[in-house]
Design a binder for this molecule. Structure first.
Ligand code: NAD
Length: 283
């Protein structure tokens, strides 16, 4: 193996240590903890685990969490009323609507009710627009984590070729915009791209967020590249990335593992967003 591992657990611990300090300073200055409201509708097993992890991370880092666990058949209007109440709750700085929502609830409609200032996930149109225009705002957590991981290598991004595989609104697109903002030359590949390896082989920075186990193999990667594997594919109870770790690690300069890569960083960046939101609300 040639590549250096970018350790998401260690990097996340560093981010969380700073978040904890900032959260404690906030408490000291304003006499209350920063707060995250987490809303879960239904009993999706994976969502329950994600919510539990986020709440635990809040507790460990001096952030208060408010947990709303609603039944599967919750009417849309009831959810909207809860969000409106949380928007004006001075103890709540961030609102996280755990997705997916049950089929009878419109995700786009529900998200549109969350105050952009409390958009802990950075998913709202206003915040996506702020990112596109280069204005300050709350950004999506996974892309923020990806950028921190790339920066942690100490390698320059400016002027480099970056390829992002996947064009979702929550990972691919915002990651591409953030890389563009760092002056990379960015190419986006997706399911309709003919032979994405023609692009990935030239990438100094390769971010893979397709949700396809082992999609990227060593022959598709440039020697010395930074490879960020966002994929989380559960097969027979085991977690796999989108990158074939062994063959890619023989070629790349840096690589993130799955598990222990982007996942822990996403949670750390969520905590960071809460403190950022709380501080901005006080300005
Ligand atoms: P998505 O399904 O919304 O988007 C997947 C994207 O990949 C699409 O744009 C699609 O065009 C592209 N794609 C699919 N198959 C492809 C192929 N064969 N070749 C090229 N492109 C292809 O998924 P998402 O929400 O962006 O998530 C992507 C992956 O990242 C999933 O595995 C998800 O579980 C994981 N994820 C991880 C974290 C984390 O914190 N680690 C966070 C979010 C998503």
């Amino acid at each position: 193996m040639k590549a250096q591992i970018i350790d998401g657990v260690a990097l996340a611990a560093k981010v969380k240590a700073q978040v904890k300090k900032d959260a404690e300073n906030f408490l000291h200055q304003f006499g209350r903890k920063t707060g995250l409201a987490v809303i879960l509708v239904g009993d999706n097993a994976a969502s329950q685990i994600y919510v539990r992890n986020k709440i635990r991370a809040c507790e460990e880092n001096s952030i208060q969490s408010f947990h709303f666990c609603l039944p599967e058949n919750t009417p849309e209007q009831q959810l909207i009323e809860l969000i409106i109440r949380l928007n004006s709750d001075p103890n709540v700085d961030g609102i996280l609507m755990q997705l997916p929502l049950p089929a009878h609830i419109s995700q786009a409609k529900i998200l549109s009710y969350i105050s952009p200032q409390k958009d802990a996930d950075g998913f709202l149109a206003v915040n996506a627009g702020n990112l596109m225009l280069g204005y300050p705002g709350l950004n999506a957590c996974t892309p923020c984590g990806i950028i921190e991981m790339i920066k942690s290598t100490g390698q320059a991004v400016d002027g480099k070729q970056a390829v992002v595989i996947g064009r979702s609104n929550i990972v691919g697109k915002p990651t591409a915009l953030m890389l563009l903002d760092l002056n990379a030359t960015v190419t986006m590949c997706h399911s309709r791209t003919h032979n994405f390896a023609n692009f990935s082989r030239h990438a100094d920075i390769l971010v893979v967020a397709a949700g396809r186990k082992g999609l990227v193999t060593g022959d598709m990667v440039k020697a010395g590249a930074i490879v960020i594997d966002v994929g989380m594919n559960r097969v027979d109870g085991k977690l796999y990335g989108d990158v074939d770790f062994d063959s890619v690690a023989d070629v790349a300069g840096y690589i993130t593992p799955v598990p222990g890569g982007v996942g822990p960083m996403t949670v750390a960046m969520l905590l960071k967003n809460i403190v950022t939101a709380a501080t901005a609300l006080k300005l």
